[in-house]
Design a protein around this ligand. Structure first.
Ligand code: FPP
Length: 235
């Protein structure tokens, strides 16, 4: 079975550029081409939810020039790709501390999210200024307040209460998490939502990550036995 929800840590833009003796921004620019081709391939394959880690909350610590380049790339890509996203029936979604992003990016996101809200073919989620711990912390804060004000009873407390207070409240848990560039870590991405995800790591840098590489990850996923704690015989 193909995964319903694929999440990707798009890593290696900087190293890709460095290997070629180019400034890091070239890595990010070429990374945008991979984003376009992987969105298209995921859409064609019938993946219902694709979530891309485009900017982590920790990325704010990068040099301001690089941050500005990334933000401009996000704005221009969203602008250039709006028609395509809309025509394909893709619904755009964003998770993270969206308010902390530049105004221009926030309004571009608002515009597309609103225009595509009724689309049902695929949900494309961009994680921007996103941190998994911050997301959980934020949910705990809201829930604690509701408990204090008797809006939630501690006796009724379960998974679904946490789920419904996360940025990802409208998304199913992640089935397959892919990370490019050879690093094998989670980097504060979707901590709650990957509790039972299949993990796939590849050495390919994100700007080189092709449709074939993506399909290889999907094929690999299909060979996994997902037991969710049960025995093989129970599946
Ligand atoms: C990681 O590579 C990549 C990022 C921090 C940014 C990802 C952004 C894009 C691919 C472009 C815009 C995205 C969209 C959705 C249009 P790195 O810079 O950490 O690489 P390194 O680890 O080799 O230094």
């Amino acid at each position: 079975m193909i995964p319903k929800h694929v999440a990707i840590i798009m890593d290696g833009n900087g190293r890709w550029a460095k290997d070629k003796g180019l400034p890091r921004e070239y890595g990010h620019q070429n990374g945008v081409n991979s984003v376009k081709s992987i969105v298209e391939e995921a859409y064609k394959s019938g993946i219902q939810y694709l979530t891309l880690y485009a900017f982590s909350i920790e990325n704010w610590d990068r040099p301001s020039d690089e941050i500005n380049i990334l933000m401009s790339l996000l704005v221009s890509t969203l602008r250039d790709e709006f028609d395509e996203i809309f025509d394909k029936g893709i619904k755009l979604n964003a998770i993270g501390e969206i308010k902390s992003l530049p105004k221009e990016l926030v309004s571009e996101l608002d515009f597309i999210i609103n225009k595509t809200r009724k689309n049902t073919k695929m949900t494309l989620t961009l994680a921007l200024s996103y941190g998994g711990k911050q997301e959980i912390f934020n949910a705990i804060k809201i829930i604690s307040n509701k408990v204090k004000n008797n809006l939630i009873e501690l006796n009724n407390f379960d998974d679904s209460i946490i789920n419904s207070h996360l940025y990802t409240k409208n998304l199913p848990d992640v089935d397959l998490l892919i990370r490019t560039s050879g690093e094998q870590r989670i980097s504060n991405f979707l901590l709650w939502q990957i509790a039972y995800s299949e993990l796939y790591f590849t050495d390919v840098y994100w700007p080189d990550f092709s449709k074939d590489d993506f399909n290889k990850a999907i094929e690999n996923y299909k060979t996994r036995e997902r037991r969710f704690g049960k025995t093989s015989e129970q599946i």
